[in-house]
Ligand binder design. Structure first.
Ligand SMILES: Nc1ncnc2c1ncn2[C@@H]1O[C@H](COP(=O)(O)OP(=O)(O)OP(=O)(O)O)[C@@H](O)[C@H]1O
Ligand SMILES: [Mg+2]
Length: 327
């Protein structure tokens, strides 16, 4: 487990980049970190691997404060994928990937084997190992950056806008690949992004920051249903509401009444988008949600989804749900 306890960072020029942030990331969980440019996301990541020293507070990895870790061991524990990839241009792909292993004094043969294993893991042909970063596409460079972060078999991976510079298609593809890799690898991940839709897709939990402070942390639905400040609603308001509904499941808003009421049902874990579509098709106001054994867990209604829609500010774009959903 990774635990941040009242972390602050004031740079020498008096910029308060991180302001009293506390946060827990469970083993195997992906947390996405979002917030406006300059709100302290990169600084927060760098405090965790000690590329930047915190001003106050404590950070625990596996129960041990980071200042008590051996710095080399700490870096091995934490993979880091930086904003704009940051591959070493004068090193080959293979040398980039095995960089951490070299620092750790791992033997040459082991380094080569690990590089070959990792390049395949991220979906690239081993022939790329001989290339230099300038000879890669943006998506390939990102894959190599991820392979490099995995080299020391870290338990924690920090990813700073890894897909920020990619075109939309490559970005969606790499998101899917990372999620399926994560199913196997079960790393503890903090993933920084500007994009709320990416945050909702990738994160088990989302953390929203502003001016160095943690404003809200929780599941996607919390941000719609229980926004802690008007800023939360403003921040998510600019996005495509229908797409957001695909990342929220019925379980997050369900009523917990055990009555069997509706004329149709769907399984737990279904997205709100699919639930809504089914209610439209069948022309019914609400629908039952069933567990794996077919027991009723509760209901969701068009009205409940409409109430979520109502929390989204309309000034940043038309919200079609307000017009299309009946009560
Ligand atoms: N080395 C530094 N010295 C002084 N101030 C810094 C330093 N690095 C960052 N800052 C300031 O700290 C604040 C937080 O910066 P940070 O890079 O953490 O933001 P960010 O959320 O990652 O932004 P972006 O989304 O643009 O990447 C900003 O005001 C920035 O100007
Ligand atoms: Mg940043």
């Amino acid at each position: 487990m990774l635990r941040l306890d009242s972390i602050s960072k004031q740079y020498p020029n008096n910029v308060q980049a991180v302001d009293n942030v506390s946060l827990e990331v469970a083993d195997g969980e992906i947390i996405t970190l979002i917030g406006p440019s300059g709100c302290g996301k990169t600084t927060l990541l760098r405090l965790i691997n000690r590329l930047t020293e915190k001003t106050s507070g404590q950070i625990f990895i596996e129960g041990k404060e980071i200042n008590r870790w051996n710095p080399i061991e700490l870096r091995r524990q934490i993979g880091y994928v930086i904003q704009q990839v940051g591959l070493f241009p004068h090193l080959t792909v293979e040398q980039n990937i095995s960089y951490v292993l070299r620092i750790m004094g791992t033997g040459k043969k082991k380094q080569r084997e690990r590089a070959a294993e990792l390049i395949s893991l991220v979906g690239m042909d081993p022939s790329y190992l001989r290339r230099y970063p300038a000879q890669l596409s943006g998506g390939q460079a990102q894959r190599v950056g991820f392979a490099r972060a995995l080299a020391g078999n870290p338990s924690i991976i920090l990813m700073d806008e890894p897909f920020g510079a990619l075109d939309q298609i490559t970005r969606l593809q790499l998101q899917d690949e990372l999620l399926s890799l994560q199913n196997e690898l079960k790393k503890t991940v903090i993933f920084v992004t500007h994009d709320i839709q990416e945050a909702m897709k990738m994160g088990d939990k989302i953390v929203l920051m502003r001016h160095g402070q943690l404003i809200q942390a929780g599941k996607p639905a919390d941000f719609f249903i229980r926004p802690k400040e008007p800023f939360v609603t403003q921040f998510i308001g600019g996005s495509d509401f229908f797409r957001l509904l695909t990342f929220i499941t019925v379980d997050e808003i369900i009523t917990r009444e055990k009555r069997l009421s509706a004329k149709a049902s769907l399984p737990s874990g279904t997205s709100l988008a699919d639930a809504l579509q089914l209610m439209f098709q069948k022309n019914i106001p609400e629908i039952d949600v069933l567990d794996g054994q077919g027991n009723t867990l509760g209901q969701v209604s068009q009205k409940m989804i409409r109430n979520i829609a109502a929390t989204i500010s309309t000034d940043q774009g038309d919200n079609p749900l307000k017009h299309t959903i009946g009560s």
